[in-house]
Design a protein around this ligand. Structure first.
Ligand code: MN3
Length: 204
C-alpha cells in the first residue's frame, strides 16, 4: 500500500495482549491487522476506482459500486469505534459511570436490564453483524440496534455510542461457535469512560 491512501488503519489504543483472557493476542491481531485492514484497503481501492472513472469519463455500475463502498467503509468505521470502546482488563467490576450510567438507568430501568437486552441483541444478530448502542438526540433517548453486515439496518443520524462486533472473525479463534460466551465476556472489557465521552459530546 502506498502512503497516500484516504483511509488508514488506526492503531489500537492498547497492546494486542492487553484484552486477554477475554480476547487473545492472536485473535485481536488477526482481527485488526487482517480483517479491519481489508475493509480499509477495500474502501481505498473503490475510491480510487471512482476517481479513475471520473478522469477517464467512463461509467461505473453505481449500484454495485456504492454497495461495495458502504460495506467496506461501514466496516472501517465500525471497527474504529469498536477498538476504542474496549479497554484492558482491570480489577473489580466494570460498570458505567457518569451521565451514561444515569441515561442507561433512565432508559432501561437498570444496568442489568440493559445488559440483558444488549446481549440478546448481539447473540441474535443474523449471520455477520454488530450490536450497537445508539443515541437519538432529538428525543434524548438511548436505543439498541443490530447492524447486519456493516451497513444494513443503520439508523441514519443516530450517534453510535458503543458497538460489539459479532462477526465470527471477531471471536472464532477463542470461542469457536460459542458467541454467547464471547458476548458475556465483552462486559469485562468495555471502556465505559469512552462510551460516556461519546454520549456527553453528542448530547451537547
Ligand atoms: Mn470485525
Amino acid at each position: 500500500m502506498n502512503e497516500n491512501k484516504l483511509y488508514i488503519l488506526p492503531e489500537l489504543p492498547y497492546g494486542y495482549k492487553d484484552l486477554e483472557p477475554y480476547i487473545s493476542e492472536d485473535q485481536l491481531q488477526i482481527h485488526h491487522q487482517k480483517h479491519h485492514q481489508s475493509y480499509v484497503n477495500g474502501a481505498n481501492v473503490l475510491i480510487e476506482k471512482n476517481e479513475q472513472a471520473r478522469k477517464e469519463n467512463t461509467e461505473l455500475d453505481m449500484k454495485s459500486f456504492l454497495k461495495d463502498l458502504s460495506f467496506n467503509l461501514g466496516g472501517h468505521i465500525l471497527h474504529s469505534y469498536f477498538w476504542r470502546n474496549l479497554k484492558p482488563v482491570n480489577e473489580g467490576e466494570n460498570k458505567p459511570a457518569g451521565m451514561i450510567a444515569e441515561a442507561i438507568e433512565k432508559e432501561f430501568g437498570s444496568f442489568d436490564r440493559f445488559k440483558q437486552e444488549f446481549a440478546k441483541t448481539a447473540v441474535s444478530t443474523e449471520g455477520s453483524g454488530w450490536a450497537v448502542l445508539f443515541y437519538c438526540e432529538k428525543f434524548d433517548k438511548l436505543l439498541i440496534g443490530q447492524i447486519e453486515k456493516h451497513n444494513v439496518n443503520l439508523y441514519p443520524d443516530f450517534k453510535i455510542l458503543m458497538v460489539l462486533d459479532v462477526w465470527e472473525h471477531a471471536y472464532y479463534l477463542d470461542y469457536k461457535n460459542k458467541r454467547p460466551e464471547f458476548v458475556d465476556n465483552f462486559w469485562n472489557i468495555i471502556n465505559w469512560e469512552e462510551v460516556d465521552k461519546r454520549f456527553e459530546k453528542n448530547r451537547g
